[in-house]
Write a protein that binds this ligand. Structure first.
Ligand SMILES: Cc1ncc(C[n+]2csc(CCOP(=O)(O)OP(=O)(O)O)c2C)c(N)n1
Ligand SMILES: [Mg+2]
Length: 690
């Protein structure tokens, strides 16, 4: 396409900015779906950052010390797609190797929002190399960026050596009014300010508009004062189109040594379109062919050209970010090769982290728990297991939302240390009472190749659910330590007693959910959690003790790996009834089995700590555990019975929860809600038709 129609007085910077804008407009228009407004307003912000400041090599989008760019305003996805295309970010193969072809060739921009494109409606990191994290649910990118900044500080504190700044990457997040209205961003900002994460920069698109109308309808707080209160450095750019002012703001960020930076950028949605400026109706929709032409006219752009990249634009990006990024990357590679010879041990660790592998001997010294009728709470066995694992895996780093002592997530071995403001080497994070930010930050940490685990009460898993969901979608290995997993918490009452949380997590795709039934199952569950590299794991653990089963009499706990296994068969096989239990209720099933045997009823006990792992087994195995001929079945679990019908069938019985719990001593609750041996026995008989 000829560029003759673009007036020569437009600087190359301006032409590049307008190319980002018009590619975004054309992508949205072609899809007839999406948000053109935010990319139009934000194009100069992103241009100035990428072209002049971002330490990023388009030829290697997985270089570990690259600066991270997060588009928290994920609805502006065409903005990042256009940018990735123009700067020529390379694709990455499934094996994690950088390829010679681009991540987003022009055809992909033209296939915006189409099936199997690399340009989905909102950016998805597992689909599109160059997209650092999946965004769209507003606020999450902000939370992720805090995790990335934490990761950079932690990596620097643990791996940098004098003269070897292997890690010092910065994280930039672009957010809008919606992001800053969301609670998760507020939690994350509070945490980042507290931790003095000077490597974090948020760029707030202060465009005075949200989907429903002018921002003042719903949002009138003083954002700058709020962030000053959080302990951030706050600066403002009064006109998003002023590249010089933007540059000054980025310089200010780079010069601020002790706090994160918020750059408030005043912009007008769809800037440059005088026709739509005052119309709040349509900015979340395609402009329409006629408006597209008017907008292009306003940019002094050829009005009929589509997906136009004027001559010189690709080259200009190559000369800017391309060259700067290649030089920075090359310097790093040189440093890294010297580092590898001087610090081979540390270098090896970093290589393992990058490929999400575990170090040799990662499972050594894990405890085996002897049989014990009184037993222990699974949170306690979990605490023991994770302390061993964390000692073996130096980048397994923990934390809790202010419940570390309850969740037993504290890493207590010598040298584990705390991650505190200005002290970034420690392995224990203190998220404070900020569950959602914890979940979202852990995503950012996992993306940065750390292996984070974080704890809270299972009931409060709802507080971080949106972040869990994104971890599952992004296929990243975050581990949740959810303790106090049932009405078994007792006196704290129904506000603290989870009911439907298990069913809800089991319904989520691509998360490993494990509710182990004794101390040795807990160890197996932790092994599965740390070995699982392409999705999150939720460990659902009790506050109260459960028996440690005698594994010389019962099947080995390694059966956990198959999700469900025959823990104890009926004498002579051929059970009349199958009792299926998880967690604290497994012991109840074992006791009921003995009682039934005394009455001449042959029962099999199946331990089923993980629905999802059991579903992954072949049909023959599942049939061997739950033979279809045995239709008398009982499930026993102190949670909503929702979902159990698939295992108990039409004649089965569920001993479970059908209401919220209550505040009372545990023994009274067990009686009230039927978690007694007698009741399980009665359910078994009922299922047998007796
Ligand atoms: C958690 C969440 N709620 C709602 C939405 C739907 N949504 C997409 S953009 C948007 C608001 C847009 O306002 P703003 O953040 O100011 O972005 P702008 O329209 O200015 O680009 C909303 C509500 C969402 N993506 N995520
Ligand atoms: Mg807005």
């Amino acid at each position: 396409m000829s560029t003759a129609a673009i007036p020569s007085q437009q600087s190359i910077d301006q032409i590049c900015v307008n190319t980002i804008r018009t590619l975004s407009i054309d992508g949205v228009q072609q899809a007839n779906s999406g948000h053109p407004g935010a990319p139009m307003g934000l194009a100069p912000v992103v241009y100035e950052l990428w072209q002049k400041y971002l330490q990023y090599d388009p030829a290697n989008p997985i270089w570990p010390n690259r600066d991270r760019f997060v588009l928290s305003a994920g609805h502006a996805s065409m903005l990042i797609y256009s940018t990735l295309h123009l700067v020529g970010v390379k694709a990455v193969g499934p094996d994690g190797k950088v390829l010679s072809q681009p991540s987003l060739p022009m055809e992909e921009l033209k296939r915006f929002r189409q099936l199997d494109s690399r340009t989905p409606g909102h950016p998805e990191s597992h689909l599109t190399p160059g997209v650092e994290t999946t965004t769209g649910p507003l606020g999450q990118g902000c939370g992720n960026s805090v995790g990335m900044a934490i990761a950079s500080k932690w990596l620097a504190a643990n791996f940098n050596k004098p003269g070897f700044d292997i890690f010092n990457f910065r994280t930039y997040a672009v957010c809008g009014d919606g992001d800053l209205m969301e609670g998760v961003a507020a939690e994350a900002a509070s945490l980042a300010g507290h931790l003095r994460l000077s490597n974090l920069c948020w760029i707030y698109d202060n465009n005075h508009v949200t989907l429903d109308g002018p921002a003042f309808w719903s949002f009138s707080e003083d954002v700058m004062t709020r962030f000053v209160g959080y302990g951030w450095n706050v600066t403002r750019v009064a006109d998003a189109n002023d590249l010089k002012m933007l540059a000054r703001a980025y310089e200010t960020f780079l010069k601020t040594p002790d706090k994160p930076t918020l750059i408030v950028v005043d912009s007008h949605i769809g800037y440059g379109s005088p026709h739509k400026q005052d119309s709040y109706q349509a900015h979340g929709e395609p402009l329409g062919e006629a408006e597209v032409k008017l907008v292009k006219e306003n940019y002094e752009w050829p009005v009929d050209a589509k997906f136009l990249v004027p001559d010189g634009v690709y080259q200009h990006f190559q000369d800017g970010i391309g060259k700067r990024g290649a030089d920075a990357h090359a310097a790093w590679v040189k440093l890294w090769s010297e580092y590898k010879t001087q610090f081979p041990e540390l270098a090896k660790q970093l290589e393992l982290m990058q490929s999400r592998e575990l170090p040799q001997g990662w499972d050594q010294n894990l405890p085996t728990f002897p049989a014990d009728e009184k037993g222990m709470a699974s949170r306690d066995s979990s605490g023991k297991a994770v302390n061993v694992l964390a000692k073996n895996i130096p980048w397994l780093i923990g934390g809790s939302a202010d419940l570390a002592k309850s969740n037993k997530t504290n890493l207590e071995f010598p040298g584990a240390g705390d991650f505190l403001p200005g002290e970034y080497a420690g392995r224990n994070l203190h998220y404070g009472v900020r569950e959602h930010a914890m979940g979202s930050a852990m995503n950012g940490m996992a993306i940065s190749r750390l292996r984070p685990f974080g704890g809270t009460f299972f009931n409060f898993s709802d507080y971080l659910k949106p972040a869990i969901r994104l971890a599952a979608l992004m296929e990243i290995p975050v581990i949740y330590v959810f303790t106090h997993d049932s009405i078994g918490v007792g006196e704290d009452g129904p506000t603290h007693q989870p009911i439907e949380q298990l069913a809800a997590l089991r319904a989520m795709p691509n998360i490993q959910v494990l509710r182990p039934g004794d101390a040795n199952e807990v160890v197996e569950a932790w092994k599965l959690a740390v070995s699982h590299t392409h999705g999150p794991t939720a460990l659902v653990l009790s506050r109260q003790a459960m028996p440690t089963l005698d594994r010389t009499k019962f099947a080995p706990a390694s059966g956990v790996a198959r999700g469900g296994y025959v823990l104890s068969d009926a004498l002579g096989g051929k059970p009349d009834v199958i009792l299926i239990g998880t967690g604290t209720e497994l012991g109840l099933c074992v006791a009921a089995q003995a009682k039934l045997a005394a009455e001449g009823v042959k029962a099999r006990v199946v331990s089923l700590p993980s629905f999802d792992l059991f579903e992954k087994q072949d049909a023959a195995y599942r049939e061997s555990v739950l033979p279809s001929a045995v239709t008398a079945r009982v499930s026993v679990e102190m949670a909503s019975t929702f979902g159990w019908d698939r295992y108990i069938g039409p004649t089965g019985k569920s001993v479970g929860m059908h209401s919220f719990g209550a505040s009372a001593p545990l023994k009274d609750l067990l009686k009230k809600f039927g978690f007694t041996v007698e009741n399980v026995v009665a359910a078994a008989k009922e299922s047998l038709g007796k």
